[in-house]
Ligand binder design. Structure first.
Ligand code: NAP
Length: 263
């Protein structure tokens, strides 16, 4: 029987869209959030037709400081409890720090850091009060080391990883689990856009992951309540090696890779 509701941000495309499909197939009702209302409505229609999920569309720009609070209050007025929160909305800017504008650095922080934190502030307390809930934050393997050419983006994802690991411990014994999904490069609009905007960006095909596999791994880890999920053997090996490598050496290696992507 369907009764729990999963709220998924960034559901209008890429990893978030496929996560929405996974949760609908897994028996959850959905609240879909992103800015593009038309795409969300098309997905909602498709998921309602293909599964038995009830799907609510709530368009929002989560980089606005009051967006999460407005969304939480709207859902609460409708009597909708959020049992699973998936924070997948995110933006990426590729290039040298000095070549990106102050506005684009701020845009990364407003959505990837502040938007995600505001969603957690609104939705964790009711989960703790009910003694039940699951959270899936989407970070990146760029969270594990410095990434020249993606400096601010990687820093925002390091924030998401650190926050999620701390909260996983804080939330122990509350009935609320915290999972952080750390995908490697995945074939979505985000990567396509970065390649179009940064004509020199070179990504070897063998490291580009499949969006269906990434989302399926994230869904499984969230349902099991695992803390860190790194999809793909190559990515997992890179994060394990990265954590075991001295910081100075990791910086040098990241510098070489970062410069290569900008040539
Ligand atoms: N693709 C990769 O290689 C990769 C690797 C590691 C981690 N990730 C992370 O995975 C997540 C999903 O990325 P993706 O690859 O699936 O990219 P994507 O296809 O570009 O999806 C990004 C999603 O975020 C939403 N979004 C963007 N700005 C927003 C805003 N201001 N308010 C609300 N929603 C907003 C977009 O919807 P609207 O435009 O409709 O708002 C879209 O649904 C991101 O957090 C990204 O950092 C991606």
């Amino acid at each position: 029987m369907r009764k729990d509701t999963a709220l998924i941000t960034g559901a209008s495309s890429g990893i978030g869209e496929v996560l929405a499909k996974n949760f609908a197939l897994g028996g959850y009702n959905l609240v879909l959030v992103a800015r593009n209302k038309n795409k969300l409505e098309a997905l909602a229609q498709q998921l309602e037709a293909d599964t038995k999920a009830k799907v609510l569309v709530e368009p929002a720009d989560l980089s606005s400081s009051d967006a999460a609070e407005k969304l939480a209050s709207k859902l609460s007025q409708q009597g909708i409890d959020i049992d699973i929160l998936v924070n997948c909305a995110g933006v990426l800017e590729h290039g040298l720090y000095v070549d990106l504008t102050a506005k684009s650095h701020q845009g990364l922080i407003d959505l990837n850091v502040s938007g995600l934190t505001n969603m957690l502030s609104q939705f964790i307390p009711p989960m703790v009060a009910r003694g039940n809930g699951r959270i899936l934050n989407v970070a990146s393997i760029s969270a594990f080391q410095p990434v020249p050419s993606l400096a601010t983006y990687a820093a925002t994802k390091a924030y998401v990883l650190s926050l999620s690991e701390s909260l996983a411990e804080e939330l122990k014994d509350t009935g609320v689990t915290m999972t952080v999904l750390c995908p490697g490069i995945t074939a979505t609009n985000m990567v396509e856009r970065a390649q179009q905007e940064s004509s020199g960006l070179k990504i070897p095909d063998f490291i580009v992951g499949d969006v269906e596999e990434v989302a399926a791994d994230g869904y499984r880890a969230c349902i099991k309540g695992e803390t860190i999920c790194v999809p793909g053997v190559v990515n997992l090996a890179a994060t394990v090696l990265g954590r075991a490598t001295p910081k100075w050496l990791l910086r040098r290696i990241s510098g070489v890779v970062g410069r290569y992507t900008l040539k």
